[in-house]
Design a binder for this molecule. Structure first.
Ligand code: AR6
Length: 174
């Protein structure tokens, strides 16, 4: 599995699945969540409402993942995950690692060969960028080692700023 760092807007990535840093309601928000909903079109909100009506009446738990189509996005799928919110006292890195792992598991089960992640929890949810980067690399490398047959060949971290790319590069180099 290749892991690449990309600076830019995740909504433009032509990968099989992009991951959304959502909240438990799945009903939209700011940050990357808002950008993904704008780019995917109103069908995405309708799909999220349907998930809430059917399999997730209580919302999506922190650290879990669920998929919808990508609708107007270049990506075929959106995998929604909920990062821990540091401002709400959710400081356990295992919850953040779970977001990456569960998203990859789901991507593999959908047959996705390429997956793009944003820096989950590093924005509105208040985690330090370097902790997010380290957790992300550990979780993705751990998944690759434990699931060599997942079919996922490419994982991109798509980061909004050059500063965030530098933080991830440093985490990769250890
Ligand atoms: N492409 C790539 N990265 C982006 C983009 C984009 N288009 N837009 C923002 N980022 P955040 P969180 C970066 O706040 O911390 C929402 O309201 C951003 O610069 O989007 O997990 C949800 O509904 C930052 O580095 O997600 C939740 O309520 C990273 O993506 C809450 O925010 C994550 O920032 C989730 O907060």
């Amino acid at each position: 599995m290749r892991i690449e760092l990309v600076q830019g807007d995740i909504t433009t990535r032509a990968v099989d699945a992009i991951v959304n840093a959502a909240n438990s309601s799945l009903l939209g928000g700011g940050g990357v969540d808002g950008a993904i909903h704008r780019a995917a079109g109103p069908e995405l909100m309708a799909a999220c409402r349907e998930l809430r009506r059917t399999e997730l009446p209580g919302g999506l738990p922190v650290g879990a993942a669920v998929a919808t189509p990508g609708f107007r996005l270049p990506a075929r799928w959106v995998i929604h995950t909920v990062g821990p919110n540091r401002h709400a006292g959710q400081t356990d890195p295992a919850l953040l690692a779970s977001c990456f792992r569960e998203s990859l598991k789901l991507a593999g089960s959908l047959g996705a060969g390429s997956v793009a992640f944003p820096a989950v929890s590093a924005g509105i949810y208040g985690w330090d960028a370097d902790e997010v980067a380290e957790t992300a690399f550990d979780a993705v490398s751990g998944f690759a080692a434990s699931q060599p047959e997942s079919g996922i060949e490419l994982v991109e971290f798509v980061l909004f700023s050059q500063e965030m790319v530098a933080v991830f590069r440093e985490a990769r180099e250890g």
